[in-house]
Design a protein around this ligand. Structure first.
Ligand code: PLP
Length: 462
């Protein structure tokens, strides 16, 4: 009898392309000049000079025809827009939160939440810091404490849920400061700064038990909650046959509220919200949004943006969408690994993170290896990546640099935007840069803004 051959079947996008955006192709000489003019900071490049843009997955999504049609249904009334009510219904139905405060993007929600919940001297534990999240906590008088498991700081550790929280670290903080000093724990899904690593439901349930005992809230940074749900479906026992939508709902049900940057998972170009279950917190947040964002039924957005967000939330929870979304990221990651490029493993949900310390062992961390590598990749091929290392980490209150263990270059994949051929071109470029890596020199920072310096800092080669 012939042996049955089981062949792996390919995934492919559950959509076809209806409109295209033409790109300019550039020469190496042009790119050399462009990156020097940008102070070796890929954030300061003109988008026109970029071929494949992997700077971020934030607001770079391709919207569907349904979302574009939704824009035409924008109800631009100052108050009580029907798109607001559509969004409120979507947030209740798909995430289960009771109260919604729309904001212009994620950091708008973080600002309001931090101001509502944090008092001077409070401790805010979180599974690794995120730039804007931590800054808003600090500006509100709080102190961020990292409680992610140690494995998350090791780029080659293969733990399937590197976004998990170390409950011993949480317990130690409760012991040291007292539960009353900890208004909430900030739990991020597919932890961005760890390389897009998920948290397990088992871990979240255990955290819920622990915090409930002490009256500490859990606030979800739900920016990439659907991508996290995909990993739970693929990796966590008991969830293989559950839908992404039901897993997302379960995650949210274990928390007291959430901040959302809809520019990521929710497939829009702008938007975000704060959602909570506590009526008192809601009332305070709804009052505060008027100061910082706009009336509570638009939160700094146009009615059409709210409509696109409501539709995008539903599309983001489709199992086929998520299999193709993360499938493309894994395709690129596996190709890079085959080429011997040191990347963070396991491959994360929204992008590939190159380990710049391993890629450029001859460049000291104080000379910004990830920043230098991002500039070199751009010069090679017009592929724009970004630094997630010592520049992004910024300085402590006492002025010293944070020196994070992870010194990474992030290749973030926009949703529904690029093809498999683009992924192949990216791989070839990085392979080429890797072969010539010894020629890459470190950088010196010549301009440093006070807040979130990675966006605007300027450098020159040493
Ligand atoms: C992008 C992001 C934010 C901030 O959201 P913005 O929409 O950029 O203001 C917060 N948390 C995480 C994990 C993010 O990725």
């Amino acid at each position: 009898m012939a042996k049955k051959i089981i062949k792996k079947r390919s995934w492919a996008e559950p959509f076809k392309i209806k409109m295209v955006e033409l790109l300019k192709m550039t020469t190496p000489e042009h790119r050399q000049k462009a990156i020097a003019a940008a102070g070796y900071n890929t954030f300061l490049l003109k988008s026109e000079d970029v071929y494949i843009d992997l700077l971020t997955d934030s607001g770079t999504n391709a919207m569907s025809d349904r979302q574009w049609a939704g824009l035409m249904l924008g109800d631009e009334a100052y108050a009580g827009s029907k798109n607001y009510y559509h969004l409120e219904t979507a947030v209740k139905k798909f995430y289960g939160y009771k109260y919604l405060v729309p904001t212009h993007q994620g950091r708008g929600a973080e600002n309001i939440l931090s101001k509502c919940l944090i008092k001077e001297g409070d401790i805010i534990p979180g599974n690794m810091y995120f730039t804007t999240t931590r800054l808003h906590q600090e500006l509100a008088g709080g102190i961020f404490e990292d409680v992610i498991i140690d494995e998350a700081h090791d780029s080659s550790n293969l733990h399937p849920f590197k976004g998990n929280i170390d409950l011993n670290k949480v317990n130690a903080l409760i012991k040291k400061y007292g539960a009353t000093k900890i208004p909430y724990i900030c739990v991020a899904t597919t932890v961005n700064m760890a390389g897009g690593q998920p948290i397990s439901l088992e871990n979240l349930k255990a955290l819920r038990k622990l915090t409930e005992k002490h009256g500490i809230k859990i606030i979800l940074d739900m920016t990439r909650v659907a991508e996290n749900a995909y990993f739970i479906q693929q990796r966590e026992k008991g969830y293989a046959n559950k839908s992404i939508a039901s897993i997302v709902k379960e995650i949210c049900s274990l928390t007291d509220g959430a901040t959302m940057s809809a520019k990521k998972d929710a497939l829009v170009n702008i938007g975000g919200f704060l959602a909570v279950n506590d009526k008192k917190v809601f009332e305070e947040a709804r009052n505060m949004v008027v100061i910082y964002e706009g009336l509570h039924t638009y939160g700094g957005l146009a009615g059409r943006d709210l409509e696109a967000m409501a539709i995008g939330i539903e599309e983001s929870l489709s199992d086929d969408h998520m299999a193709a979304r993360v499938g493309q990221v894994i395709y690129l990651g596996e190709k890079l690994m085959e080429a011997g490029i040191p990347i963070v493993q396991p491959i994360g949900g929204h992008g590939i993170f190159i380990d710049a310390k391993k890629f450029l062992p001859h460049v000291k961390q104080a000379q910004f290896p990830a920043q230098a590598l991002a500039a070199a990749i751009y010069t090679d091929s017009g592929v724009r990546t970004m630094e997630r290392g010592v520049v992004s980490a910024g300085r402590k209150a006492n002025g010293e640099n944070y020196f994070p263990k992870l010194e990474l270059v992030r290749l973030t994949i926009p949703r529904r935007v690029y093809t498999q051929a683009h992924m192949d071109v990216i791989t070839e470029s990085i392979e080429h840069v890797y072969q010539n890596r010894k020629k890459i020199k470190g950088l010196e920072m010549v301009y440093e803004p006070k807040y979130l310096r990675f966006f605007q800092a300027r450098f020159k080669p040493i």
